[in-house]
Ligand binder design. Sequence first.
Ligand code: SF4
Length: 114
Amino acid sequence: MGHIIFWGIIRTAILIPALWILSGYLEYKYWWTFLALAVYGVIIHPAYIQYRQFMEANTEVITDTLCSSCKHFNETAVLCLKYDKHPTRNYIPCEGIDWEVKNNSFNEEESDYT
Ligand code: SF4
């Protein structure tokens, strides 16, 4: 998920000076329409496509693996926080040895990662 944010920031950093330069060539009445289309086309739509690709590639890992029910698994990064490795459908970094049930209780008194 971090790569989506990273490339969103890169595209934004490129788009801002480009829009700044183009603002001198566009009539003001078209400016806001062009700005909205540019932001959608250069930043939002590619980020959405990257997110969909990420979800397609990782949905099974997030929902149907041993790691998906483990408290050490971070779903947004598809990462085992204990081993700092990315589990896949066929690869579990700890091979099941360090699996611990995910606690969804709101009354959890302590967490290993806060
Ligand atoms: S500790 Fe093991 S089961 Fe838990 S997320 Fe990491 S690799 Fe998966």
